[in-house]
Write a protein that binds this ligand. Structure first.
Ligand SMILES: Nc1nc2c(ncn2[C@@H]2O[C@H](COP(=O)(O)OP(=O)(O)OP(=O)(O)O)[C@@H](O)[C@H]2O)c(=O)[nH]1
Length: 482
């Protein structure tokens, strides 16, 4: 649970470009609507029957309203009282608090805390002295929870979802049911807002979906690295049955998120585990894409799931790369086999196969050099590694993982093309999605290549590797939860 809120927190924390772009598009030519939020949310289908969206009921109160607006305010004043009551709602807080275990979860955790003090705030104090009572209750609640959470770390199941195997049934628990709960808690504020009424019926800006708007949407998606073909397909799907309708930013985000999730759904597949021992995972990718870090994170998760792992430092051309892998091996508690600088990586792979077999290892992860300067060299080098390990097991490698740096944008598409030429890529890991990544490239990748995305990197720490969740990704990309 904590893991998922952390992920949500980090994913695209600074990729608000798409978010802002959508707002700008709707404002450009949009008209202010005072429509109750309830009618706005399910909107796409409601207005569908009518070619003229202005007729629907929401409009009626909208026009005569300019004056009535002040009226709702006085009604709301009494509401502030019920508001403080829900303060004890910190119930949702404990859910998120477990996230705290780590350093980086500022928002979700602090959020509940500030909520509590506001209850006994100096202003309402005279009126509501009894409230401080409920306040203290929630405080103790959160504290014990985070404590209880660290308990499972020994099993480190939160990480396990990354590797939830399709083939290895009983071994992997399935910690996946956690995310839905998380999502539900995230939705609470909105629900409460509706239940308790709004101070002022928010002025919703809506814009008619026409050619101009579609063009702007396409440009925005292309700018987010989605690629021309994918952007056109996505906007066409969004427009289907909605042309001429008036849409708000929220509604467009929801439509976009639905389309993105639809494209990503088929590629969201965990790294498959096979009964073969050792299962050989060849890791390829350009230098700096995050191969070493990803190997370390994966090794740690496999090990936590009870697997015996061996790593082979196959980038024998750079001493620094080998050292770095050794550091990650230590962190993960996994042995790292090395060879002298400049020696043949295929020879190391052969030795590693022997040792992994001898030791009864479940997994052998082989790092490789990522020099693209000379593609034929790279191809020859990878082909030789494959030939050599097949002397031990002709079905190896069982996975060829391509590690891609999401911040490289469209360049990631070229890298997939090249590595598909030089190796038999079976799946992807996208790293650095926590930064300023223009995550749209993942949509383009999924749309164009359809390769499974096994996991995503969301930080530099050992547990910053998450399973790829299409809906969570779509929400983060479109700023739905923002
Ligand atoms: N923010 C962030 N940084 C990452 C992530 N994954 C890797 N990095 C960083 O990216 C840099 C490169 O990572 P490496 O794992 O060394 O990449 P590599 O592909 O092994 O590179 P070479 O060793 O040069 O072949 C390091 O500074 C990592 O800490 C991630 O998911 N998020």
């Amino acid at each position: 649970m904590a893991f998922f809120s952390k992920l949500k927190e980090r994913l695209f924390k600074s990729s608000s470009k798409l978010d802002e772009g959508l707002e700008a598009i709707v404002e450009d030519g949009g008209v202010v609507d005072t429509v109750p939020p309830e009618s706005a949310a399910p909107e796409p289908e409601a207005p569908a029957p009518d070619p003229i969206p202005e007729v629907p009921t929401p409009e009626v109160p909208a026009q005569p309203d300019p004056a009535p607006q002040p009226e709702p305010e006085p009604e709301i004043q009494p509401q502030p009282e019920p508001m403080p009551e829900p303060v004890p709602t910190p119930q949702p807080a404990p859910t998120e608090i477990p996230t705290t275990p780590d350093p980086v979860t500022p928002e979700p955790v602090p959020a509940p805390a500030p909520d509590i003090p506001p209850a006994p705030q100096p202003e309402p104090e005279p009126d509501i002295p009894p409230q401080p009572e409920p306040a203290p209750e929630p405080i103790p609640a959160p504290t014990p929870e985070p404590v209880s959470v660290p308990a499972p770390p020994s099993e480190v199941p939160p990480a396990a979802p990354v590797e939830v195997p399709s083939e290895a049934p009983a071994e992997m628990p399935a910690p996946l049911p956690i995310p839905p709960a998380e999502t539900a808690s995230a939705a609470k504020p909105g629900l409460l807002g509706r239940l308790f009424g709004r101070k002022d019926a928010p002025a919703v800006v809506r814009r008619e979906l026409d050619d101009d708007m579609l063009e702007q949407l396409e440009e925005l998606l292309i700018a987010s690295d989605m690629g021309v073909d994918t952007a056109l397909r996505v906007t066409a799907n969004m427009a289907e049955g909605r042309y001429g309708k008036r849409l708000s930013v929220q509604e467009i985000k929801e439509l976009l998120a639905t389309e993105v999730a639809r494209i990503m759904e088929p590629v969201a597949r965990p790294l498959p585990l096979f009964p073969k021992r050792p299962q050989v995972v060849l890791v390829v990718g350009v230098n700096g894409s995050g191969k070493t870090t990803t190997i370390g994170k994966l090794a740690s998760q496999f090990r936590a799931a009870g697997k015996k792992v061996v790593i082979a430092a196959g980038d024998t051309f750079r001493a620094a790369a080998v050292e770095q892998l050794q550091v990650w091996g230590e962190r993960a508690g996994v042995p790292v086999l090395t060879a002298p600088e400049g020696s043949d990586p295929a020879s190391l792979a052969f030795d590693a196969m022997e040792q992994a077999t001898r030791d009864g290892a479940d997994l052998l992860m082989i790092d490789t050099a990522g020099r693209l300067q000379n593609r034929s060299d790279l191809m020859e080098e990878l082909a030789k590694i494959v030939r050599v390990i097949r002397k031990h097991d002709e079905t190896a490698p069982h996975n060829t993982l391509l590690v891609l740096d999401a911040t490289t944008g469209q360049n990631a598409l070229n890298q997939v093309k090249i590595f598909q030429e030089v190796s038999d890529v079976s799946g992807l890991v996208m790293t650095k999605l926590d930064g300023t990544a223009k995550g749209g490239v993942l949509v383009a990748l999924a749309d164009k290549f359809g390769l499974p995305i096994h996991a995503i990197g969301v930080g530099e720490q050992i547990d910053d590797l998450a399973p790829f969740d299409p809906e969570e990704f779509a929400a983060a990309l479109t700023g739905l939860d923002g």
